[in-house]
Design a protein around this ligand. Sequence first.
Ligand SMILES: [Zn+2]
Length: 469
Amino acid sequence: MKRLLVLAVAIGSVCSLRGQTPAPVKAVDWDRLRPEILERYRALVQIDTTAGRETLAVDYLKRVLEGEGIPTRTFALDPDRANLVARLKGNGSKRPLLILAHTDVVGVQREKWPVDPFGAVIKDGYIWGRGSKDDKPVLAANLIAMLMLKRLGVQLDRDVIFLAESGEEADLTGVGINYMVREHFAEIEAEFAMTEGGGATIDGGRVTRVNIGTAEKLPARVRLVANGMAGHGSAPRLDNALVHLGAAVEKVGRWETPMRLNDTTRTYFEKLASISSPERAAIYKALLGATTAATAERFLREHSPGEYSMLRTSVVPTMLKAGVGANVIPSEAEATLDIRALPDEDVDRFYAEMAKVIADPAVKIVPIPQTRPRSPASRLDTDMYRVMEQVARTIYPGATVLPSMSTGASDQAQLRAKGIQSYGIGPASTESDALDYPAHGDVERLAESSLYPFVQYVWNVVTEIAAHR
Ligand SMILES: [Zn+2]
């Protein structure tokens, strides 16, 4: 089997990786490595890398990587917000793999924390701290993968590029991925990328479900601006800007935009049906049928906003601005719509459709400039996706693996827009822990028991896809 496979690769056939034995990489002694994994992860959580302090993490990573003979380069538009790249060279027979994570974390309100938010305190089986979920597990797992590739002298068919990037959470000045893609793309150009944007769910003490992030929606926000004549509040006017705006907001807020599935969401709902309660499974299956979809959509609209949003370009009014006095008719009124477009949406055509729904020449649609590009979904038929799926089944036996589309936005957009097939990962949490201690929440924590399998997952994917065969 193995020999046949090697032969098949040699003559250039495309072959499935299903059932293939792992790459001939020396086994890692995971029990022995545990203390180091914990130490490095905690060290990263202990560095306060709220926006503007990312270079502190870069200094640590540089010291650790270079201490083991892995050269690094730093790229900084702002010296306090550096990005770090390290590359382990392969034989060039395949195009590079990029493993990346952002170093920055969102801010903290210290009074909300039961422990020091940058203490990486271990308590009740959890490691507590800002960044403990977002994004230091990925950063630590990528670091360990680089160190072990080097220590074990793993021969590579493709370069493995490590990127620690700044400013993911708030890259208003473009110091992170935008800067790297624009000014230093050659340093990170790759066939495949792996980073945050997926995750795994623990139920009844075991991982039951692993999400591989393959797509995300595109923020395409607009302002609705209504204009009319100003006037005295005692004399009603038909062209009152507030009245026109109010009607427009109601129309778009209730607009049921067309439902459209893509490869990711179709596979996602199919697989979700196979692991859901009979009632819920019936809803997901109904979504896939032409005559039954409408009823299922209506159910999700009421009971599951996140899943409803995966079906369509969504329009959500979020802000209103109008008026200068109780007795003044304002000449202008404005609303902000948070629009999240499907990856393949023609945004200009969507705005034109929205104008027809509003059907009021007094209300203009003004697009708000976006910081992320439009990005196509990553494919499900690549070697990388197959490897990630297969490794997930090995690390988390019995789990259902499914591709997922985020309704939010991430730095994968910039990579996908440049043609890199990029996939999202994340450590496992119970649903209640993910709700009570989420990324960006008042308090953030990660189960220590989730850290080790996650590091192993990253290692296995990296060696499977990049090690020499
Ligand atoms: Zn993140």
